[in-house]
Design a protein around this ligand. Structure first.
Ligand code: BAL
Ligand code: ZN
Length: 874
């Protein structure tokens, strides 16, 4: 497969002004008629052939300005269609046949159960019809959908409904018009036997918008939260960004088979059912929160992505990074901001850092790709969002809003670049963001080494910062970045933030300093007492920051830092120091000893006056095995698991009564609501319960059983069932799992949870269970949610068993990847990730993992899998 390069970008030779489509639906032979009004792009030379993308299309008819084309006037290949000679303006008509039921890649038009649906981002539209399938071609669309009146009573597409009616032979049709020019990746079609829940929203300017969520009948009771979230998001975007919705109708459809979480098609968002359906008994608090943020994310794309879109796919983060930043701010405003930040940063430091340090590392704006589907990554999304967050903090709140207004107004209806976005921010703020742009072009996580010195005699604190970004594939040399570092100096006597004076300028007690050089020194004067620096507050930049904190320093920050995020981070760092010692002890066969400072820090947390229960729950949560692994030079999964289990059990033994008290105090029988207050209480009590079950405390086990049987809400049920399943009490967990599996056999989303609970068991028999569950009637390799729940969760989260020294875990994953490579390349390529990290492990595992990658490489590979495997073995 060939790579596409950013430097080769040219506008298309012809652009489409309007697109008229007619779909005559049939599972095996859908006919798609396209009538495209095209004209030469003013920036391209005259006389060029017309090149359209197309894959797997059976061309039946082709005509130019009403005249059928002769065979020598055009050519069809595996990748598209060329019409050799075309005028400056013309109409091209084609008719193709496609087979939605044979489409297991879930790109283009496919079947999910008995429904028809589409996924066109990034390059799925070319599997529907011949078209310039690139985001810089923006056209209005008129779409007619013809289906069976009984099997597909509902026929949807983008925009507004304009006509519907009956046809002979039990068929009917609906016509939709989308007046907003859009790229083909935002096209959508849904047809099936669906029910709707309807609501309305009045925009700030007083326009009435009808809101509809379409689901299969059995899911009608699961849409309330998504609908409420949508209305909150619509109103938030009006207040925070001055952006109103622009059509009379906004639709969301839930489908079970979907590669992504959801898709922002204009006026017709298509959602993975897992990202939209919720119910007290089927969805956890985390799922409720995820639904809220994804509904908001897709809605926010209406402006950041749809009205203003990307010129080419290298600019993907232009819409994704910005939109993730927008949904993060929305969720922070709606829930607990500190917890939202902690959760986001935890995922980021664990998974994005790993991506940035591995063979698939790429900049926020990559400069080449083989398969763009492989670039829907944590780097494009989450690092992209961190970069926008840094920008927002650098330019300040008001200038950021002026900059975003300028961006939306200036580029409305256009396909633009990251320079256009950052340019608006520079213009609105007057700042020079030239150096800042390196964040978009340089891959890898910057590492900052910080040192501090307090001069008692002068009352000065000298902070030395050194930055370095390690080499990444294809980028051996890195330039210094512009890194905003938010910080405070916490007085060791007073326990308070000290006023900051830098170069004679008073900065308040919490300030941002700009690190721009490879090495830079900052001298704070008038520092009245010896401080402990609190650095990178709120994770003000996506970097690894090292500072030689002693354990007392960390315990001090954990108790005193005014920044909630850094208080949490100090606790994590303190736990990490203890874990490092224990990992070394385990490896050296030395007896493990619990660090009493960690016990005392936790005792302090458990006995302090609680002001934010959600933050406290986070503080009581030990770093995950994946995060711990990220901190090690060489990953020893067994030592990490043993060390973490030892700390957890040590804390549970020492603080058993405190955990039991916290559990009881936070248990709540009120009727379920996904409110921040209730979620905080459940998080806290469930963390406490996890400690009690970790030592198989009788009372703790009894509470877990009671919580499972009480069946009050899914968060509690799932948590209790997980703890029991991960304990040695198979006598309790086996009947509970059976009962749960039988009760929810009809609910595909709950069965996904049932799979995940079981395949994260630390017991060594789990691999057999994974294989056994793959044969379960509720499992299917064709359904991405099932694959993620069972295989993805096992390989990504069950570290001790996936990395079994006999290589059986690797073999199982490779077998699945090989099969999925044929069925669904996009999902197959994503699933390989854990194998690509082979360089982080011991030699034996390295060889085993590489052997499985080689075994995959020997297959006839899709471009998706080929690209990942080649990078992993480079
Ligand atoms: N655009 C793909 C799905 C999403 O990021 O919203
Ligand atoms: Zn998005």
């Amino acid at each position: 497969p060939q790579a596409t390069h950013l430097s080769d970008y040219r506008p298309p030779a012809y652009r489409v002004i309007c697109t008229e489509l007619t779909f005559d639906l049939d599972p095996a032979a859908t006919r798609v008629k396209a009538s495209l009004h095209l004209e030469r792009h003013p920036q391209r030379e005259a006389g060029l052939p017309l090149e359209l993308d197309g894959e797997g299309l059976d061309l039946k008819v082709i005509a130019l300005d009403g005249q059928p084309l002769e065979a020598d006037e055009y050519a069809v290949s595996d990748t598209g269609l060329i019409v050799h000679r075309v005028p400056e303006r013309f109409r091209l008509e084609t008719e193709v046949e496609i087979a939605p039921q044979a489409n297991t890649a879930l790109e283009g038009l496919y079947r999910s159960g008995s429904m028809y649906c589409t996924q066109c981002e990034a390059e799925g539209f070319r599997r529907i019809t011949f078209y310039p399938d690139r985001p810089d071609v923006m056209a209005t669309f008129t779409t007619t959908v013809i289906g069976d009146a009984e099997r597909e009573p509902v026929l949807l597409s983008n925009g507004n409904p304009v006509e519907r009616g009956s046809l002979p032979n039990g068929r009917h049709f609906a016509t939709w018009e989308d007046p907003h020019p859009k790229p083909s990746y935002l096209f959508a079609l849904v047809a099936g036997d669906l029910e709707k829940v309807e609501d309305a929203f009045t925009t700030a300017s007083g326009r009435e918008v009808t809101l509809q969520i379409w689901v299969e009948e059995e899911n009608l009771g699961k849409t309330d939260h998504a609908m409420a979230s949508l209305k909150r998001a619509m109103s938030w975007d009006e207040q925070a960004y001055g952006r109103e919705y622009d059509l009379d109708l906004f639709m969301i459809v839930a489908v079970n088979d979907f590669n992504m979480g959801a898709m922002e098609n204009k006026g017709l968002n298509i959602f993975n059912s897992a990202a939209v359906l919720t119910h007290v008994h089927t969805a956890t608090d985390a799922a409720f929160q995820r639904v809220e943020s994804i509904v908001a994310h897709e809605y926010f794309h209406n402006w950041s992505g749809n009205r203003v879109t990307c010129r080419d796919w290298f600019q993907l983060s232009l819409k994704e990074g910005f939109t993730v930043y927008r949904d993060q701010c929305f969720s922070a405003d709606t829930n607990s901001p500190a917890v939202k930040r902690i959760e986001d940063v935890s995922v980021f430091r664990t998974s994005q850092f790993a991506e940035d340090a591995g063979p698939t590392a790429h900049p926020v704006r990559p400069d080449h790709y083989i398969e763009i589907g492989n670039f829907y990554t944590l780097t494009i999304y989450e690092k992209g969002a961190e970069v926008v967050r840094m920008l927002a903090n650098l330019v300040g709140k008001e200038a950021f809003r002026r900059g975003s207004d300028l961006y939306f107004d200036r580029f409305d209806g256009r396909a633009v670049t990251i320079e256009d976005f950052v340019g608006c921010m520079a213009e609105a703020s007057g700042l020079d963001l030239t150096q800042f742009m390196r964040w978009y072009s340089q891959a890898g996580t910057p590492e900052i080494d910080a040192f501090g010195e307090y001069d008692y005699a002068r009352g000065e604190y000298r902070l030395m910062l050194r930055q370095r970004t390690p080499a990444t594939p294809g980028q051996p040399d890195k330039q210094p970045l512009h890194i905003p570092i938010r910080l405070g100096l916490v007085g060791t006597k007073s326990g308070r933030d000290l006023p900051l004076t830098l170069n004679g300028e008073t900065l308040g007690s919490d300030a941002v300093i700009d690190l721009r050089e490879a090495e830079q020194e900052f001298l704070f004067t008038d520092v009245s007492e010896a401080p402990v620096p609190s650095l990178l507050r709120g994770f003000s930049a996506p970097v690894k920051l090292r500072f030689p904190y002693g354990r007392e320093d960390l315990a001090f920050l954990l108790a005193n830092d005014s920044d909630g995020f850094n208080r949490w981070d100090a606790g994590q760092r303190l736990a990490m120091l203890a874990l490092d010692d224990l990992i070394a002890a385990h490896r050296n066969g030395v007896e493990k000893v619990m660090d009493t400072r960690v016990v005392e820090a936790f005792r302090g947390l458990l006995s302090a006056e609680i002001d934010d229960r959600a933050v406290l729950a986070e503080m009581l949560t030990l770093p995950s095995e994946a995060y711990i692994a990220e901190q090690q030079p060489l990953v020893d999964v067994d030592a990490i698991h043993a060390a973490r289990t030892f700390v957890k059990q040590g804390l549970a033994t020492a603080l058993r009564d405190d955990f039991l008290r916290v559990y009881r105090e936070n248990h709540c029988d009120e009727s379920y609501a996904p409110t921040p207050e209730q979620i905080a209480g459940r998080s806290l009590k469930n963390v406490a319960l996890s400690y009690l079950v970790a030592i198989e405390d009788e009372e703790g086990i009894a509470q877990a059983m009671e919580q499972f049987e009480a069946d009050h809400n899914m968060t509690d049920v799932r948590h209790a069932l997980t703890l029991l399943t991960h304990s040695s009490r198979d006598d309790l967990s086996e009947p509970a799992l059976r009962a749960f599996g039988e009760k929810w056999a009809h609910d595909t989303l709950v069965m996904d949870q049932w799979f995940s609970i079981q395949v994260t068991r630390p017991q060594p028999d789990v691999l057999d269970r994974v294989k056994f569950l793959m044969e379960h009637p509720a499992f299917s390799l064709k359904n991405p949610n099932k694959v993620r729940a069972l295989i993805g969760t096992f390989a990504g989260q069950n570290r001790v068993n996936f990395h079994r020294i006999d290589g059986e875990g690797y073999r199982l994953l490779a077998d699945v990847v090989i099969e999925l490579n044929r069925l669904n390349p996009e999902i197959a390529a994503r699933l390989i990730t854990p194998l690509t990290r082979w360089a982080r492990f011991d030699e034996t595992r390295q060889e085993l993992m590489k052997a499985e990658l080689e075994r995959i490489r020997a297959e006839k590979l899709s471009p998706n899998v080929y690209e990942v495997v080649e990078k992993a073995l480079a």
